[in-house]
Design a protein around this ligand. Structure first.
Ligand code: GTP
Ligand code: MG
Length: 225
């Protein structure tokens, strides 16, 4: 089962509200534009001369998914090799990821394999689509790698904003959809055993970092325009 091994915590809070908090990460080589994708998504800002991220930073963003409020805790990790030990400790706990490369630097596309690991829901993101003349990796190549690895795929530009919101939404929506199916199952369990803990209102989902927990291939899907 896809989410087997995940920790699910339920807390009773307000009667009517249901809250979802998903931890997702931005990963990929240095300077592909991870921090700028987050800046564009969370604050509608862009930094032409941004500094390399040191370690990890996170930001919580509210999103509306199917009329429900979902909070995405988005972790922006450093792409530089020297931070790899620190960042991998963070992305292990995530349930979703945006795996970003720079369409103008083939090297960042070639190293995608190094970043692929146990992450459950991953979208492959070819960033800097505004730099048409400097393109080194075609859209077809991106799509085909994503299909081969069972990942979602999209091309974005943090500079001109294209597809940035869709990229984040795709991951969060997919997690939400899978979780909704899980909650339906847990309600069934509750009916059978009313003492079961799954009767609260807030659901916090975190991966347990166990790659073996997910033996199933991920669903491929392309949303690049
Ligand atoms: P690390 O923190 O070192 O891992 O890098 P990063 O992936 O966070 O890259 P960052 O967001 O700092 O962006 C690196 C450079 O690319 C900056 O100069 C950005 O202005 C530029 N950049 C980011 N996204 C885009 C984009 O969509 N288009 C263009 N033209 N430049 C971009
Ligand atoms: Mg950064």
């Amino acid at each position: 089962m896809l989410f087997e091994g995940w920790k699910m915590a339920f807390y009773s809070e307000g009667e009517q509200t249901e809250d979802y908090l998903f931890k997702i990460v931005l990963i990929g080589d240095s300077a592909v534009g991870k921090s700028n994708l987050l800046a564009r998504f969370a604050r509608n800002e862009f930094y032409p001369n941004s500094k390399s991220t040191i370690g990890v930073e996170f930001q919580t963003q509210k999103m509306d998914i199917n009329g429900k409020e979902v909070k995405a805790q988005i972790w922006d990790t450093a792409g530089q090799e020297r931070f790899r030990a620190v960042t991998s400790a963070y992305y292990r706990g995530a349930v979703g990821a945006l795996l970003v490369y720079d369409i103008c630097r083939r090297q960042t596309f070639d190293s995608i394999g190094r970043w692929l690991n146990e992450l459950h829901i991953t979208i492959l993101v070819g960033n800097k689509s505004d730099l048409k003349d400097a393109r080194e990796v075609s859209t077809a190549e991106g799509k085909s790698l994503a299909e081969a690895q069972g990942l979602f795929f999209i091309e974005t530009s943090a500079l001109d904003s294209s597809n940035v919101v869709t990229a984040f939404q795709t991951v969060v929506k997919e997690i939400y959809n899978i979780l909704s199916r899980k909650v339906i199952q847990s309600q069934e369990l509750k009916k059978q055993d009313p003492g079961w803990m799954g009767n609260g209102k807030t659901v916090v989902l975190q991966g347990n970092g166990n790659p073996e927990a997910d033996g199933q291939p991920k669903k491929g899907w392309c949303c690049s325009s």
